[in-house]
Design a protein around this ligand. Structure first.
Ligand SMILES: NC(=O)c1ccc[n+]([C@@H]2O[C@H](COP(=O)([O-])OP(=O)(O)OC[C@H]3O[C@@H](n4cnc5c(N)ncnc54)[C@H](OP(=O)(O)O)[C@@H]3O)[C@@H](O)[C@H]2O)c1
Length: 271
């Protein structure tokens, strides 16, 4: 499998590292981006091919991954369209750029997969939701699964409209978790614990509880009730959360994120 990346920033590097660790040869990976220093770093640290501008070299690759900021996606897609052939798979991770616009910018190309990864991809623990253009066959979907699976789990969606929900849930989600961790650490500090101990206790609690949620067959409600004895400490905390409507506030925040994702998609769509 030969993969060309347009863009060589955080997300591209996360995917490239994952691909190399899964056995793709660094010489079969190309990253195209303008910054001389970042290119030199990528070729030195990853052993991959790099070049500053899009040209006919991309014809030799099975898949092209668009990993630039959404604001320049249209310009870059225009450059790619001059060299793309119909059999190549085009994968975009640019937030907010829809299949219909991208296909137009790529001169009617149909083998396109849109993916929404999240930042735990940086340590191979991301989750990417993906949706394919109707022209993508099962072979194309398998290739896209292999590329995006290099950065963690994958989830195929059957309707692109759900990408806005995914953006709000798992795309922005790591920030909500960091927010909750921060709040727990603030409380731990107020209770007199050392900074280092606060951090250790809270992050280990998140990792442990997430793994229980992942591995258990019980519902979250049951798992929560199992640690909430009548008249005990957990019950005291949860009573305050409920009184302050914490759960409803989180739900409202995530709905606002989904709304914003839709607006951003509309903005790019009407460029
Ligand atoms: N980070 C996330 O959590 C996340 C999650 C989901 C989706 N995404 C999407 O992933 C995409 C990339 O995000 P990122 O965090 O990896 O961004 P980033 O670290 O800022 O990387 C952007 C890359 O684009 C390159 N670039 C700039 N102009 C270019 C051009 N004209 N042609 C080719 N390459 C160009 C830059 O090159 P130089 O290094 O040479 O300057 C840089 O390597 C974005 O569209 C974002 O929406 C990110």
């Amino acid at each position: 499998m030969r993969i060309a990346f347009i863009g060589g920033g955080n997300m591209a590097v996360a995917l490239i590292k994952g691909l190399i660790s899964r056995g793709v040869m660094p010489g079969d990976i190309l990253a195209i981006h303008p910054g001389e220093e970042s290119r030199r770093r990528n070729s030195r640290q990853l052993g991959i091919l790099t070049q500053p501008v899009v040209d006919g070299a991309i014809r030799d690759f099975d898949a092209i991954v668009l990993a630039v900021k959404p604001q320049i996606a249209r310009e870059v897609a225009g450059q790619v369209s001059r060299h793309l052939n119909a059999s190549q798979l085009f994968i975009t991770i640019a937030a907010g750029i829809r299949l219909i616009e991208l296909s137009k910018w790529l001169g009617g190309h149909g083998r396109i997969v849109r993916a929404m990864p999240n930042t735990p991809a940086l340590i191979g623990m991301g989750i990417s939701a993906m949706v394919s253009h109707p022209d993508v066959d099962s072979e194309g979907r398998t290739l896209a699964s292999e590329v995006m699976g290099a950065a963690g789990k994958i989830l195929w969606l059957d309707d692109e409209k759900h990408i806005d929900a995914v953006t709000a849930v798992s795309g922005s989600g790591p920030a909500y978790v960091f927010y909750f961790i921060e709040a727990m650490q603030m409380a731990a500090k107020q209770l007199g614990l050392e900074d280092e101990d606060c951090s250790k206790l809270v992050t280990a609690t998140f990792v442990g509880a997430s793994n229980v949620a992942l591995q258990s067959n019980d519902t979250l409600n049951t798992l929560r009730q199992n640690v909430t004895s009548k008249g005990g400490t957990t019950e005291a905390a949860l009573a305050v959360f409920d009184k302050l409507n914490v759960k409803a506030a989180i739900v409202r925040g995530i709905l606002a994120a989904a709304e914003r994702a839709k607006e951003i998609g509309d903005e790019f769509g009407f460029q």
